[in-house]
Design a protein around this ligand. Structure first.
Ligand code: PEP
Ligand code: MG
Length: 557
């Protein structure tokens, strides 16, 4: 009997289409019970010893296969499983009546605690010890080891969510697509998938039904996982994947609609390294330079000279092109110890972004001075904007300071509903605005963008978010001033067309997304984009808006 097709949905990341077998990432192991051994210390010790040795060997084998940095990481983990002091501790606990799994759990937890107390680099290794302990315990219990499954053949990875340590070791030749049941479009996992061009569907609760060996078709553009796809379906999807690939390769040059209407396609960067990736992807400049990424580890405010050197390194890569620099966006998900207030109960609603900078005006002045100096030293067309603006007064204050310090183009990010609604007043002072859809979405739906339990609400297709963007687009049209989008929404090719229809004049995204967006927008005229935007605006939910636009897409093209 053949299994019936079934469609599971989530939030798609990227444009890829992949057909493959599911491999599930095992759920974390529960803590072993504190029951006394029934088989005696000798047998328990033999179990523990065999598991420790097998785990060390497995880690070394995997390291040898992976090579490079992964080998170093895995060899270091193998040494932990081989550690004689840990073995002695395990033996002690077993002699006092513990089971092998409990003894391993307690001994590793004790060592992890010592490392945590040592702080710094040692503390970071404590998490690794936990990972090794889980592998040893899984071996003892005869259950699959936690973490990304090992395989020599490609598969579709299904997980609750991935820890940063898991993603660091992902082999993209083997893991062909990623499906998570938790996590949202701005989660660490989604951002990594987008950066690496790995097709992913996040926040797909329904994917809990998937089991190892299920054949699935993952269509990231539509946010769909088709379980047991028919041969006809697979054939159609692979033809579509090929058409998308060809369109991507054929689209080149500046962003342009089918009728020639220009929409600059810019890149989001956080360092001179990512600026190089932007140049490679033929970005027309930088639409968001996240300067706080340069200073996340600093415990004191960087000097003007230090900043100037960092900014110059980025600006130099874009002679004659636009580079939009965002002043430090500290707080909430990106705390900077020298700017962020400690102990706020709701840091996303606290003194973050421009609020923190106004409270430490000397830091803002130093940054603007460094940007102005770096601008003079290079040939980039530098614009500067402030994050988390929520009032026209804040805008006026920021713009005045920029002017005083020699910045020619000063703008505001629209990341709060209040600044979207008052965009006309904000644009009376600002030279331009750029919409940060990640934060605009979190503040519109009042759902923390980092929290998996409310990730389903973090969808910029929400018509409430689109209506706010429409207000900003209208203000831009009325004043003739530029309106950019630099949140993750700009990287969704279908949504990009809708944003243009709402009055957006430039789109900024991870460099990897540029080719798909360039190809997609070139298929529509401005009046078609406006028509699609109207459909999205009148929908009652994000899902409906996406569906209404996709249906119209396939009818017109
Ligand atoms: C945004 O909020 O959309 C944005 C671009 O800024 P960040 O993601 O850095 O907060
Ligand atoms: Mg933001």
């Amino acid at each position: 009997m053949t299994n019936k097709e079934r469609t599971l949905t989530g939030i798609g990341v990227g444009r890829g289409i992949v057909v493959g077998d599911v491999r599930r990432m095992p759920d974390p192991l529960p803590e072993p019970a504190q029951t006394n051994s029934t088989i005696g210390p000798d047998a328990e010790l033999a179990r523990a010893h065999a598991a420790l040795q097998a785990t060390a060997q497995d880690l070394r084998d995997r390291g040898a296969r992976a090579g490079g940095l992964a080998k170093e990481v895995l060899d270091a983990l193998a040494l932990m499983a081989d550690d004689q002091m840990l073995l002695a501790d395990v033996k002690n606990r077993i002699d006092r009546g513990a089971t092998a799994e409990r003894a391993v759990f307690e001994a590793f937890a004790g060592f992890a605690q010592i490392l945590e107390m040592a702080g710094g680099y040692m503390a970071e290794r404590a998490g690794d010890l936990g990972d090794v302990a889980n592998r040893v315990i899984a071996y003892i219990l005869g259950v699959p080891a936690p973490g990304v499954p090992q395989s020599d053949t490609p598969y579709v990875l299904v997980a609750r969510d991935l820890a940063p340590a898991d993603t660091a070791l992902l082999d993209f030749d083997i893991v062909r697509a990623l499906v998570t049941t938790d996590g949202g479009p701005t989660s660490h996992t989604a951002i990594l998938a987008r950066e690496k061009g790995l097709p992913a569907i996040v926040g797909a609760k329904a994917a809990e039904v998937l089991v190892d060996g299920d054949v699935v078709l993952v269509d990231a553009a539509d946010g769909e996982i088709i379980l047991h796809p028919s041969a006809v379906r697979i054939e159609g999807a692979l033809a579509e994947a090929e058409a998308r690939r060809a369109a991507r390769e054929n689209a080149s040059g500046p962003g342009r609609l089918a009728d020639g209407h220009e929409v600059a396609l810019l890149a989001n960067v956080g360092s001179s390294k990512s600026a190089a990736a932007a140049v490679e992807a033929a970005a027309e400049g930088v639409g968001l330079f996240r300067t706080e990424f340069l200073f996340l580890d600093s415990d004191k405010a960087p000097s003007v000279e230090e900043q100037q050197a960092e900014y110059t390194a980025v600006f130099e890569k874009f002679p004659g092109q636009k580079v939009v620099v965002r002043v430090l966006d500290a707080g909430a998900d990106k705390p900077l110890s020298f700017l962020t207030d400690e102990g706020e109960e709701n840091p996303a609603l606290g003194r973050r972004g421009i609020r923190a900078l106004f409270a430490h005006e000397e830091i803002l002045r130093d940054q603007l001075t460094a940007i102005a100096n770096a601008t003079k030293a290079t040939r980039a067309d530098v614009w500067v904007m402030a994050p988390m603006i929520s009032t026209p007064d804040e805008t006026a204050q920021f713009v005045a300071l920029c002017r005083e310090l020699g910045i020619e183009k000063a703008g505001a990010m629209v990341e709060t509903p209040s600044s979207a609604i008052l965009a006309d007043h904000i644009l009376a002072d600002a030279d331009f605005v750029s919409i940060g859809t990640n934060d605009l979405t979190q503040y519109t739906v009042a759902a923390d963008r980092l929290l998996g339990t409310v990730a389903h609400l973090q969808d910029p297709w929400n018509p409430a978010v689109l209506r706010l963007i429409r207000e900003v687009g209208k203000a831009g049209e009325a004043t003739g001033k530029p309106v950019g989008v630099c949140g993750e929404a700009a990287a969704d090719p279908t949504l990009a067309v809708v944003l243009i229809g709402l009055g957006v004049t430039s789109l900024s995204m991870s460099p990897i997304a540029l080719a798909d967006v360039r190809a997609e927008i070139s298929r529509f005229t401005l009046s078609e984009a406006r028509e699609l935007a109207e459909r999205a605006l009148s929908a009652r939910s994000a899902v409906d808006a996406k569906r209404a636009v996709s249906t119209a897409f396939s009818n017109t093209h």
